[in-house]
Design a protein around this ligand. Sequence first.
Ligand SMILES: [Zn+2]
Length: 468
Amino acid sequence: MNIIHHGARTGVTGSCHEIRIGNYGLLIDCGLFQGEEGGRLLDIDFPIEHIRALLLTHCHIDHVGRLPWLLAAGFRGPIYATEATAALLPLMLEDGLKIHLGLNKVQCSRFTQLVQQLLKPIPFDCRVELILPSSELVSICFRPAGHILGSAYIELVLPEEGQISHSCGRKVVFSGDLGSSNTPLHVDPQSPEQIDTLVIESTYGNKQHQSVCHRERHLTSLIDRSLKDGGAILIPAFSVGRTQELLFDIENLIAKAMKGISKQVDSTVNWHQLPVILDSPLAMEVTQQYVTFQRLWAKEAKQRVISGRHPLSFEQCVTINQHSDHIALVNRLKATGEPAIVVAASGMCAGGRIMNYLESLLPEPQTDVVMVGYQARGTLGRQLLEQPKSVDINNRRVEVNAAIHSLSGYSAHADQDDLIQFVANIKNGPSQIRIVHGDVAAQEALAQKLAVVKPDCEIIVTASETLD
Ligand SMILES: [Zn+2]
């Protein structure tokens, strides 16, 4: 058995790992390079003739976005993913194809049809056996990772050398992206009982997040203030995961305000009339899938449904689909200055409908912009966090009089403590940990901590590994 990292070895994007079993290989994820790594060639630069299947941990574009290039290189093997990931995948790919490749509707649907034919949706916690041409059996199983809807870590049990069956073979786990603990919508990842080799992400291997309670308090005070002085609250958000967590929290704050049970919420302000606008066709479709897959939600979210609430499709939530409605709304908010919460993509203000809101409303002092996600260098989101006097949007110089806030605690990723806990809770093993999906500093910091909880384990910082 051999593991090769074709992406996400020295950074957080372009996830793509290969596990070699004899003469055959399985790919785990095939993601797009983004941000500082975005300049890398996307053509598949490794042999694929021996690859028997692609296994997807979740549908974020940095884990699935290079799929068009994999198919262009001739891959036609099965694509295994959880049922929810399989449902979200065509939406994510279609959106990505339009943006990155400029494909039209017909070209996009031809491509997604091909992907649908190859997709093999697998329920969580079910074991599936793959038969290699050598007649060897590899068993795979998707376990909840709690990162976004459908996200999984993947357990593989390989055949013992010289044996066909995997009955007592080596167990290898690919973490994919692990979610942070104690979020109300996504379940906490449960560690496997026993592993031999673990390939683990380290996005926040050297950082701790603020607590979920803190994010709720901060959001409440922002909305309170905005209701008093008017103006829009603009929240640039990623369409999958972040948007739904925000909607979920906002619905909860409104419910508390209406019941008058929360001390945090000022009951004199008009919370129950505040429109919450979801202006992103992709986020709308993804949110519908979240509703369809309610059975995968965490306990707290299910509890709210049982008590008769609709955490992701509540009365005050208005969705905007047509582009003309979007333009009309931007103009209306500019003209009236009425309070509203607008959630729109892209999360880093690098395109998407949020750009028109920013262009029109950044000059207004009553506007609040709330950043809830990571803002990469070179993006407008990052620029705004530095509180500039003006910025360039759509080739126009726009004055910034709005208040810019950064709200932490909405990360979909495990922080250092969560990652350590995930490993510490493995009762038996692993004997080897390969740290990926993080910059060198994050990988090294995590390696030091993991060496304490698993002192007998070989820990590899793949970013510093010398390659043959
Ligand atoms: Zn992800």
